[in-house]
Design a protein around this ligand. Structure first.
Ligand code: ADP
Ligand code: ZN
Ligand code: ZN
Length: 803
């Protein structure tokens, strides 16, 4: 095989295909699919991924690969294939798909060295390599290339004798620890004691130690244990009786925490029933998607843990996805507690170096389980036995930039390849998932009751319109205020939740709760301060801003938005004695501050935890007995067909924070639309009824799960250019699809201008359109080729954000 097909690192239309290169003789056995190489491209030398090797190429004049960048493939065959799948399904460039699967440290041009693997002596290497590693066990990559020893290094790497490290330049350096170990047998050690002069007591003591404990020990620890000195030990190292080695310590962000090891709990009858089908597919290597539907505290995590246990015992691996904000130490502890060092953790709080370390543990098969946020779905395991997605309804599983993938789809694709199960867990599944479970595409497993048999907290819905009618202009209802005072007296804790994602302004009547909706789309109109207009972002419908409420003629009709800061100020006025911890993007920007604030709250350093979305999940504190939701509606009126679903999910989730332990909990939900089914049914925590209601609405308005969506967004500096192009695109799409497809647009995007670029969109609703993918590709091709026009066209298949 002398030819390599390479995807080059130039994310553009013209380069989105393989380029063939000749492999020079000296690299012929070295270069393999999945490795990165440096290739000449035009006048430059750039990076690329080798996709396959072949004997012949149609291209006559092939250029030569300059050099390899890896000693081992960084992408295995399965991930290479997954990259093509991603490209096809999300319409992204191939290079973007491959880059998305790798940790950042591998993406940039970092310095690279080859070094002896931990615990490996230089003598394990062939003689010809000794001189290169003699000095400090390390060799610069450039020197390796210069000396033509890459294929030798490669063989040793495959045997586990060598490894490649990236010198990630950042504050956190790799940690090295010095270890001391015997270089000779116990018998020889004993002999050596006899040879030492009588007064060499200290050295004798050290050797005796190794006669007794014939194993490596950290230098520091040895010094401390024997109350000896480093120079004593060094002397023995000099005599080649003992050896010294640097062992890399992974930058484990959780290393200072101690994990109490836990054992599998005897399962309840309900858990037993739910886990059996999962274990069955694991045993028989079957692919199936399960929906594990159960309220918080119903024992889902225990089912994940025991399923993984089975997978590990079979010699296979597991991926667990958790939403970023739920990836709290509490959550991680559950997995580390059960599986200890077999667990790698990947989340956005890690530095590039830390992420690379975790990735390497997976790549080297040192761990069996990965717990991580969205991108952990690309963990380079090669023998997957299960993929678990907790809180599967979370929108953070969808990536909002190229490649615009949904982790759930990737999970199912990988699980098909490995013929293993996927478990989706949620108390409030996404409508798409629950509908598939109803249709038996997914296998529904239900956990009907909470483990502690605690009833769900009592929820009271407060109608803020009545508060206003009775003269209360504050953002706290009288009831919530009373209860806040009560909890402070009882020394119990409260979580106050401000639904801030609803910041986009909508107009609402404070007297009757009336919100202006689009007559065509059943979605609230968005207020535009600039031209004082109300707009629908799906179909383009426009209306003036009413001076009085069209329903009740009240003048208290205005647009909405409140911040946590404002709430904190008001709390200070009405409850000066309350100690408040505020958690939002402002107070949690620094690394670790999120955790610290939560710990303070757990330690009782505050009465009230005030925050946004980020406090909705994962909190499991015994002393929380009250949850207050300040504004249940804000999200409800976002221009998004999922707004009811998101409101229901969030309210249900927040309510679940109260009364998780001995003390019973209460929940107050303040709203201007108590009659809206997503608020009302969150009050009774009735998912099934919510599902039925919401499905009716989705069906009527042609939304998922009845229809699929694709969103085309066009932007340009000139408004006219955007409108013209979007209109052309819309017409083209219309002409290529069946009459059943609904093509909406051109309409201004909900965020109509970003960075001085105007944005317009075309939304496609469809059931089955065999032509769609090629149609969308043609559009992309057309506009990406014509980059000079300045038009940017992006396409999101199954969008989650319609802005
Ligand atoms: P979920 O993931 O649905 O929120 P968990 O698995 O966290 O539920 O279970 C809730 C609580 O019940 C946890 O404290 C857990 O340790 C406990 N638990 C789960 N399963 C069992 C069991 N079979 N026996 C006893 N306690 C259990
Ligand atoms: Zn009104
Ligand atoms: Zn509309």
């Amino acid at each position: 095989m002398e030819i390599a097909s390479v995807i080059v690192d130039v994310p553009a239309k013209q380069t989105d295909r393989v380029f063939d290169y000749l492999i020079p003789g000296k690299w012929r056995d070295t270069i393999q699919p999945g490795m990165r190489v440096i290739v000449p491209f035009g006048p430059r030398n750039i990076q690329g991924f080798v996709i396959e090797l072949k004997k012949e190429s149609e291209v006559k004049q092939l250029r030569e690969i300059i050099e390899p960048m890896d000693l081992e493939p960084v992408l295995n065959h399965e991930l290479l294939a997954l990259g093509s799948w991603l490209t096809e399904h999300t319409l992204c460039f191939k290079i973007v798909a491959y880059q998305a699967m790798l940790p950042a440290a591998l993406k940039a041009k970092y310095e690279k060295i080859v070094k002896l693997a931990p615990g490996i002596e230089i003598s394990a290497l062939p003689l010809s390599l000794h001189s290169f590693f003699a000095k400090n066990g390390k060799l610069d990559w450039q020197d390796a290339l210069k000396n033509g020893i890459v294929s030798l290094l490669q063989k040793e790497t495959a045997k586990g004798h060598l490894e490649v490290l990236y010198i990630v330049k950042e504050k956190v350096r790799k940690k090295q620890r010095k270890y001391i170990r015997p270089l000779v047998s116990q018998a020889v050690l004993t002999e050596e004691i006899g040879k030492l002069p009588v007064n060499a007591e200290k050295q004798k003591q050290v050797i005796s130690y190794f006669v007794e404990h014939f194993a490596p020990i950290e230098m520091r620890q040895l010094v401390a244990e024997l109350n000896t000195t480093a120079s004593t030990i060094k002397a023995l190292v000099g005599k080649r009786i003992l050896g010294e080695e640097e062992v890399e310590v992974y930058r484990d962000p959780y290393e200072h925490r101690r994990f109490e090891r836990t054992k599998p709990l005897p399962l309840t009858k309900e858990q037993q029933t739910a886990i059996e089908p999962i274990l069955n597919t694991v045993e028989r290597n079957l692919h199936e998607v399960f929906l594990l539907y159960g309220v918080t505290g119903s024992g889902k995590t225990e089912i994940y843990l025991q399923s993984i246990q089975e997978v590990i015992e079979k010699g296979q691996e597991a991926i667990v996805l958790v939403p970023e904000i739920a990836l709290t130490p509490q959550m991680v502890n559950r997995f580390k507690g059960r599986f200890g060092d077999l667990v790698a953790v990947l989340h956005s709080g890690l530095s590039a170096g830390e992420k690379y370390d975790e990735w390497r543990k997976i790549h080297r098969k040192e761990v069996k389980v990965v717990v991580g946020a969205r991108s952990a779905i690309f963990a380079p395991f090669e023998n997957l036995g299960i993929i678990i997605i907790d809180e599967e309804h979370e929108t953070s599983y969808k990536q909002e930039e190229m490649p615009r993938y949904h982790a759930r789809d990737v999970a199912i694709e990988r699980a098909k390849t490995y013929s293993c199960p996927v478990v989706l867990g949620s108390a409030t599944p996404s409508l798409e998932t629950f509908a598939r479970a109803q249709k038996k595409v997914y296998h529904l497993l239900t956990l009907p009751i909470r483990m502690n048999n605690q009833p769900l907290p009592a929820v009271e819905i407060i109608d803020m319109r009545e508060e206003l009618r009775d003269g209360n202009r504050s953002m706290f209802s009288r009831k919530l205020f009373e209860m806040l005072k009560d909890r402070i007296e009882k020394k119990q804790q409260t979580v106050l939740f401000l639904n801030k994602r609803g910041h986009s302004s909508f107009v609402m009547c404070r007297d009757c709760g009336y919100v202006m909706n689009c007559p065509n789309c059943d979605i609230s109109l968005t207020y535009h301060r600039v031209n004082e207009q109300m707009k629908c972002h799906y179909c383009g419908y426009e209306s003036f801003v009413p001076k009085v409420c069209p329903e009740c003629t009240s003048e208290y009709i205005r647009y909405f938005g409140t911040g946590t800061q404002k709430v904190e100020d008001e709390l200070g006025k009405i409850l000066p004695e309350a100690r408040v911890i505020r958690m939002d993007v402002d107070t949690t920007g620094r690394k670790g501050s999120h955790e610290r604030l939560l710990k303070d709250f757990l330690d009782g350093k505050a009465d009230i935890l005030l925050g946004t979305q980020m406090i909705a999940k994962g909190l499991d504190f015994p002393n929380i007995t009250l949850v207050g939701v300040l504004s249940a509606d804000t999200m409800l009126h976002l221009p998004d067909f999922r707004s009811s679903e998101k409101t229901f999910q969030l309210l249900t989730q927040v309510s679940g924070r109260a009364g998780r332990h001995q003390l019973p909990g209460e929940v107050i939900i303040q709203t201007y639309t108590p009659e809206h089914y997503s608020v009302e049914l969150a009050g009774t925590q009735d998912y099934d009824l919510f599902y039925q209601q919401e499905m009716l609405s989705r069906k009527m308005h042609h939304y998922p799960p009845f229809y699929f969506l694709s969103l085309i967004t066009v932007s340009h500096e000139q408004l006219l250019a955007v409108v013209t192009a979007t209109e052309k695109i819309t017409n083209y799409v219309q002409s290529r699809l069946s009459p059943e497809a609904v093509v909406l647009g051109p309409a201004a995007s909900p965020i109509p201008r970003i960075n001085n670029r105007y944005r317009y969109q075309c939304l496609i609703k469809y059931k089955r359109e065999p032509n769609l993918t090629t149609t969308l590709k043609t559009i992309l091709d057309q506009y990406q080729k014509d980059a000079k026009s300045g038009l940017q066209v992006s396409i999101d298949v199954n969008p989650f954000i319609l802005m």
